[in-house]
Design a protein around this ligand. Structure first.
Ligand code: GLU
Length: 493
């Protein structure tokens, strides 16, 4: 296969969401798979929607996901600049070429006139479209009006009759009647090119071979094809990706619904997914399968496997519902797939951000006993925070074991204290047999003996394995915590 040049061309207008992550991922996978370049192009021509910090968030998001680009605003490259706001002159030159060869024209219609045209069309139940008022103004006249300072836009001269056919790799030929299209504005009155023109010019100049983008561009897809043809350029291969639906499968998620999700520990924003303790590997795996599949059963993919197995032909254009339980599932799988050192590396910042002081050696002993139990990295705080705390919070009601009186619990815990105090260390090999002996001697159930000790030293009803936990906490702290539990039981605390 010929090397590909693909581009991820986000507009810095808000938070980086799953849709962007998926487009970037597919671009990256495709470029890696068949060889070629992955280009990052920032489409920041829409000044009104521009958001400070959004470009940085995109860059951070891509780095976090491991989707490294070959050319881009920060990296440079032979086809730069890669930020559209720095390419204004290029668009102006090409717009003028289109005007001179008759494929575009200056339009001087005022907003009031356009409003009136729309109203009349509505009254007559006609489709709303520009009425062509300025289509035939000779260029010399138009140029004079511009020199005189008349406000104007540039419109594409869409053919009025016949059909336009554009081809999407997943959907095949899309045929539209030209009368249903419009003479779209391609340069605004402030002289800035609109997406339609800027993206087509850039895709051509940057020698993009495949355009992967959201299906919100399907309605104006014929225009993009027509602009390429008006310049006499070869079109890239077009791929419009599937739409994401709400988890319910009913409709697209609104901005508000997206923001509300975070309260439930879920998000469609990449930055939040990171903060919620998801691994980039899991997010990539999850997102990859929202619109692509390898076969009907393989679900777990590392990045290497995705690169090896990815193909455009297996993309699916049908809408995909966002399924957060799947993300949890993948996250658990990818956490278990990490080496202990890698897990320690991922967990350290999570603990630190939660205010814990971390001892790497200790975390290295903890990681293997919690790895199986983590669904997100953040779960480690609730599950293993007690290892790093000076003191654990114990609720008296948790110490009260089923079918035991407070006196029985107290004397059992006292017995446990005596046993543990007599040991030189908390090594599993000596502690476990001694506690089993205690079960036999006292006649209580193992669940009662171990359960009581578990709560006393961890403060948790469900914790990592007890014996390993005792070893990591160490004798001094274990004794201290058991004593404190005794005080709580006897209401001294
Ligand atoms: N700037 C466009 C967007 O963010 C990019 C569309 C494309 O990839 O061509 O939607």
């Amino acid at each position: 296969m010929k090397p590909a040049r693909v581009r991820f061309a986000p507009s810095p207008t808000g938070h980086m969401h799953l849709g962007s992550a998926r487009t970037a991922l597919y671009d990256f996978l495709f470029a890696k798979k068949i060889g070629g370049q992955f280009v990052l192009r920032i489409e920041d021509t829409d000044q009104k929607r521009f958001q400070e910090g959004a470009e940085q968030e995109l860059i951070d998001g891509l780095h976090w996901l491991g989707l490294e680009w070959d050319e881009g605003p920060d990296k440079g490259g032979p086809y730069g600049p890669y930020r559209q706001s720095e390419r204004k002159v290029i668009y102006q030159e090409f717009a003028r070429k289109l005007i001179e060869n008759g494929h575009a024209y200056y339009c001087f219609c005022t907003p009031e006139r356009l409003q009136q045209v729309r109203e009349t069309q509505m009254q007559n139940k006609q489709q709303s479209r520009y009425d062509g008022f300025c289509r035939d103004i000779p260029l010399e006249i138009a140029d004079k009006r511009i020199i005189n300072g008349e406000s104007h836009v540039v419109r594409f001269r869409t053919p009025v009759e016949g059909f336009t056919t554009v081809t999407d790799l997943l959907r095949g030929d899309i045929i539209v009647e030209n009368k249903n299209l419009d003479d779209y504005i391609i340069v605004k009155s402030d002289g800035l090119a609109l997406y339609h023109l800027a993206a087509v010019i850039d895709d051509h100049l940057m020698e993009i071979t495949h355009v992967l983008r959201g299906s919100e561009w399907l309605p104006t897809f014929p225009l993009h094809g027509l602009i390429h043809r008006a310049f006499g350029w070869q079109e890239p291969i077009w791929v419009h990706l599937s739409v994401f639906l709400k988890p319910s499968g009913k409709g697209k998620m609104s901005k508000r619904e997206a923001a509300d999700l975070v309260k439930d520990g879920k998000s469609i924003f990449v930055k939040e997914l990171k903060n919620l303790g998801y691994l980039p590997e899991a997010v990539n795996n999850w997102v990859a399968l929202m619109g692509w599949s390898y076969d009907d059963h393989t679900e777990f993919f590392s990045m290497e496997e995705l690169i090896e197995k990815f193909s455009l032909e297996k993309l699916n254009p049908s809408p995909a519902a966002i399924n957060f339980s799947k993300l949890d599932h993948f996250n658990g799988l990818h956490i278990r797939n990490l080496s202990i050192d890698e897990l320690v590396f991922r967990l350290s910042p999570v603990f630190e951000e939660a205010g814990y002081i971390i001892y790497p050696d200790k975390l290295k002993r903890i990681a293997p006993i919690i790895q199986e139990r983590l669904q997100t990295l953040d779960d480690a705080i609730a599950l293993a925070g007690f290892f790093f705390k000076e003191d654990v919070y114990i609720q008296k009601s948790d110490l009260v074991m089923k079918n035991m009186t407070t006196e029985e619990i107290y004397s059992l815990l006292k017995e446990i204290l005596t046993i543990l105090s007599g040991m030189k260390s908390m090594e599993k090999e000596i502690v476990e047999p001694a506690l089993r002996e205690c079960v036999v001697q006292t006649g209580f159930k193992p669940a009662q003996v171990f359960g009581l000790l578990r709560i006393a030293i961890t403060g948790l009803v469900v914790s990592p394995p007890l014996m390993e936990s005792l070893e990591i906490i160490g004798k001094e702290k274990v004794i201290e915590r058991v004593k404190k539990a005794l005080d709580i039981l006897s209401d001294k605390l």
